[in-house]
Design a protein around this ligand. Structure first.
Ligand code: UT7
Length: 325
């Protein structure tokens, strides 16, 4: 018996506090024009004092459960993708488990920074495919603004906070319908630690410091288009699909220049690319599920359509996922 992980519902949460480029230009040496031209970002949501990654994640998860009409008691697994956990341990996923009251599940975090959601989706999908898990929650949630150095304008303008979640459930694959049946069709993951120094936080529990996010922006940008393009190309080849078969391209939202360059490489029209970077900025592991929730809520992504996800970030880590929604 083979199983496929079918998306049953998605949810999102963005903090109410919105910080515009103009707000940032009032407190640091930057401008709305520079930020829009170099990144496409107009604003970002910033977590309120007293709220943590688990709070954002729990709100997104509750919405996903409500929309999927799946009771919290049915959850077997919760996987959280985050680089900004509440505490060093336990995993923030178990804090979410407690807040949700999902006592029948097991829960853990996946740490792959901006690629975190694609990594977490892959882990969940493999548990479901193997038959070990029937119903799972996969969440991407971040409070990235807590890692920003206010004196480093090259990174302080780029990131925002938020959370997105998907409920996935196992459905048996029948060989006759396997080409049209809904679910995660594949995930492809990659990493290359030789690029560790291009994007990192210069602190952590073992170093006994909190640290700030540091990035060689040009170096990351140079590799992003090539690595993302390559992972999407391999995924399409794996399924014998062409870019024309993609209904929705939902990329990690780091920079509109990267998104446009990849879309151009595959000749994807902008109408089939989901963009939220203008409103959310870069929310790391939360960016893809936030974009999925936005496009499903407004009626763009519909059941049965072919959705391709991709992400690239610190490590470097990168990867893609193909989903029949
Ligand atoms: O999600 C993880 C993956 N992350 C990414 O994909 C990010 C990839 N990188 C990028 O998005 C871009 O490299 C940035 C948006 C970070 C920067 O764009 P860039 O075109 O690579 O600009 P740059 O770093 O070469 O900087 C150009 C100029 C510099 O001034 P000089 O040396 O030319 O005089 C910077 O000092 O822009 C200056 N600059 C700024 N000016 C106004 C840097 N940050 C700012 C700022 N406001 N916030």
């Amino acid at each position: 018996m083979t199983f496929r992980s079918v998306v049953k519902g998605c949810g999102a949460y963005l903090p109410e506090q919105v910080v515009t480029n103009h707000d940032l230009a009032a407190i640091m040496d930057t401008s709305h024009e520079w930020i829009v031209e170099r990144t496409g970002i107009h604003q970002r949501h910033v977590v309120e004092d007293g709220d943590y990654t688990s709070d954002l994640a729990t709100r997104a998860a509750r919405q996903a459960l409500l929309r999927s009409k799946i009771p919290v008691e049915s959850l077997d697994l919760i996987v959280l993708a985050t680089a900004t956990p509440d505490d060093t341990f336990p995993a923030t996923a178990v804090t979410i488990q407690q807040k949700l009251g999902a006592h029948a599940a097991f829960a853990f975090d996946v740490h792959a920074v901006c690629s975190g959601f694609v990594y977490a989706l892959s882990v969940v999908d493999n548990f479901i495919r193997s038959g070990q898990v029937k119903t799972a929650l996969v969440i991407g949630a971040e409070t990235m603004t807590r890692l920003l150095d206010p004196n480093d304008r090259s990174t302080a303008v780029l990131f925002g906070d938020g959370a997105g979640a998907l409920v996935l459930q196992a459905e048996e694959v029948s060989s006759k319908d396997k080409d049209t049946q809904r679910g995660v069709l594949s995930t492809h993951l990659y990493s290359d630690g030789r690029f560790r120094d291009a994007l990192y936080v210069d602190g952590g529990p073992s170093r006994k410091t909190m640290g700030y996010l540091r990035m060689q922006g040009k170096e990351v940008m140079k590799h992003a288009v090539e690595k993302i393009g390559d992972s999407v190309k391999k995924a399409l080849e794996f399924h014998k699909l062409t870019p024309q078969d993609i209904d929705w391209f939902v990329p990690h939202q780091a920079n509109i220049r990267i998104i446009n360059a990849v879309a151009k490489y595959f000749s994807l029209p902008t109408e089939r690319v989901v963009v939220t970077v203008d409103q959310h900025a870069n929310t790391s592991a939360a960016s893809i599920p936030l974009a999925l929730a936005a496009a499903e809520t407004d009626g763009r992504i519909k059941a049965g359509q072919l959705v391709v996800l991709e992400a690239m970030g610190a490590g470097f880590t990168w990867g893609s996922a193909v989903i029949r929604w």
